[in-house]
Design a protein around this ligand. Sequence first.
Ligand code: ATP
Ligand code: MG
Ligand code: FE
Length: 345
Amino acid sequence: MIVMGIESSCDETGVGIVRWDAAGTCELMADEVASSVDEHARYGGVVPEVASRAHLEAIVPTMRRALAAADIDRPDAVAVTIGPGLAGALLVGVAAAKAYAAAWGVPFYAVNHLGGHVAVDTLEHGPMPSCVALLVSGGHTHLLHVDDLSRPIAELGTTVDDAAGEAFDKVARLLGLGYPGGPALDDAAREGDPTAIAFPRGMTGPRDARYDFSFSGVKTAVARFVEARHRAGDPIPVADIAASFQESVADVLTMKAVRAATDVDVDTIVLGGGATANSRIRSLIERRCADQGLTLRIPKPRLCTDNGVMIAALGAHLVAGGAQPSALTAVTDPGLSVATSQVPG
Ligand code: ATP
Ligand code: MG
Ligand code: FE
């Protein structure tokens, strides 16, 4: 069975195609992504109107490229991100998915973006055991318990304020490192001392929720630190600030992921989302998983950021799990809960 996945929840227009066989193997046939990240750079963040317009321009050419790359006329099923995400951006992918599915006469599956970030890992590392997933991107920070990808996913925790990637972007901006700032901050941190400044670890007190996150405190602490230096006329130690901030974020994310895996008694942690490219998040989670005897699965960077393949992979799991197609009347849900893997319509 060949499944096409369409993704347009944020600033990437993605169309992916996978082939699923009865043994549960998921093989990649096409992975086409058009990003509008450069158009958002001058605003310092994703502008919803700009993203929607870019999706409109990119969706049909991206579909055509994916079909050509897979060398097929049409897939056996179409899956699309129905939420969570930006309302206008989601609408473009969903409208296209419905139109193509109806024209081709193939079933339509309206699926959850977050489940896709976990499902995509099966392409590289095989069937997914019961696991804890840590998703970190510009729009999301979630700790999930995934038992079966064709069933609803349980959310263990999420951020109460900024997403982790968003915090990286805001701190990078404060340090004059440009947008998107995550990669630049990661680079700057290489020259710095992660113990130079004791920035706070949000939500790690004894009365704080075990699996929730907060990054606005550390962001504000960085802003205050920079302001104080400015006032005193002292130079800004950019590398030390970057390394110390990064250490705070990586420490809390990885500590809580390992804690969750131990609590729910699974032996696998899966990472997803663009901020998993961060070198310190990677090295710390690797070490902590090794210390606890946990298996760590991280998709390659291209599949960690938003793409259509992840939606195709989740669609394939749902079809294989016996899910009924969604109705063509299914509507986008910008705030869709992770507990809903697929919207029936
Ligand atoms: P989503 O809808 O999944 O939230 P997004 O476009 O906001 O999508 P991604 O494209 O998955 O997020 O990832 C981009 C985010 O990851 C940005 O916030 C970026 O700064 C951050 N990021 C990328 N590389 C790194 C890095 N090396 N260190 C820290 N953050 C990074
Ligand atoms: Mg993006
Ligand atoms: Fe995403």
